[in-house]
Design a protein around this ligand. Structure first.
Ligand SMILES: Nc1ncnc2c1ncn2[C@@H]1O[C@H](COP(=O)(O)OP(=O)(O)OP(=O)(O)O)[C@@H](O)[C@H]1O
Ligand SMILES: [Mg+2]
Length: 287
């Protein structure tokens, strides 16, 4: 189920902004996650993934179709994660596909209720998953309006910053077209530009940078630094270890819904890289 091919840890020197990640010292907690569990309920699901499924003959299948309630499967996406985040931290989240990174961000943003455990946020909940607000059928312009208002900007502030957002996203006249006509790079850049237009207490970026080029990444890093200096905390999910290392002060490695490691970017990325390479090797010898 996990696609380890997607992991991109080649460190291309051109992709790296070599300036060190600025540390913003702060003792104050911005976020506390305590023994968080998150589950999804999938209706009408067949058993997949973990454990061997029960083989069924055609007759049993036919009988099952005859009016029994659809199966409900519970996917335990986050299984007991705890950590504390401080103001000024840029926290990278890494892990193979399906390990629970996006779910963790969504739960922190309050978009999915936890099955158990708690998420405490220090100040106003100006958190927003960058993927949560944008609507594909609406133009970039409408999305900027709605997204920025949702982030807590006043209509006047949105007007003042509108051009800045369009320029940051580098989408030009496409701003008047529906977002479904955008390339993934353009969509990603606009998402980042909107989410970074306010100075949120917690900025969460899920893969949005993966689609940007080196120039855009440098700009994004500068914006992230500004937010951290204004006492914000930044979360960044990415499959590019180069991006994570050049932008984060700390890294969480999530696997199978649990926290495997929490520490220095270099150390955590190195351990993760070894893990993925060994997994790849094992997969090859099995074929
Ligand atoms: N809406 C959903 N309904 C049911 N199951 C889901 C849903 N979203 C995610 N899952 C499941 O929860 C688990 C964690 O998924 P999640 O999207 O958080 O992983 P991820 O680490 O972000 O993966 P990727 O690197 O592919 O983005 C996976 O097993 C996935 O299949
Ligand atoms: Mg994800």
């Amino acid at each position: 189920m996990t696609d380890i091919e997607e992991v991109d840890f080649e460190v291309d020197p051109e992709d790296l902004d070599n300036s060190p990640v600025v540390r913003v010292p702060s003792d104050e907690l911005s976020l506390l996650v305590n023994d968080l569990h998150v589950s999804y309920r999938v209706f009408g699901a067949k058993k997949v993934g973990h454990g061997p499924g029960r083989k069924q003959g055609p007759l049993a299948k036919l009988l099952r179709r005859g009016g029994r309630a659809p199966a409900i499967r519970e996917v335990k996406a986050i299984r007991g994660i705890s950590f504390a985040a401080r103001h000024g931290e840029a926290i990278g989240i890494i892990g193979v596909n399906g390990s629970g990174k996006s779910t963790l961000l969504r739960a922190i943003a309050g978009l999915i209720p936890p099955a158990s455990g708690t998420v405490h946020v220090a100040s106003n909940p100006a958190l927003l998953g960058v993927n949560a607000v944008l609507m594909k059928d609406l133009s970039g312009e409408r999305n900027i309006m709605i997204g920025a208002l949702a982030l807590g900007l006043t209509p006047k502030q949105v007007q003042e910053r509108y051009q800045e957002i369009v320029d940051f996203a580098e989408i030009g006249d496409f701003v008047n077209l529906p977002m479904k006509s955008y390339s993934s790079g353009m969509g990603g850049r606009l998402r980042f530009a909107i989410s970074a237009s306010a100075v949120p207490d917690i900025l969460m970026i899920d893969e949005a940078l993966a689609t940007g080029d080196a120039g855009f990444r440098a700009k994004s890093k500068a914006r992230m630094d500004e937010i951290r200096q204004a006492a914000g905390t930044v979360f960044l999910v990415s499959h590019s270890l180069a991006t994570i290392q050049s932008m984060c002060t700390r890294v969480l490695w999530v696997h199978d819904g649990q926290l495997v490691m929490d520490g220095e970017p270099k150390e955590v990325c190195a351990r993760y890289k070894t893990f993925v390479q060994e997994k790849k090797k094992r997969a090859k010898t099995l074929h």
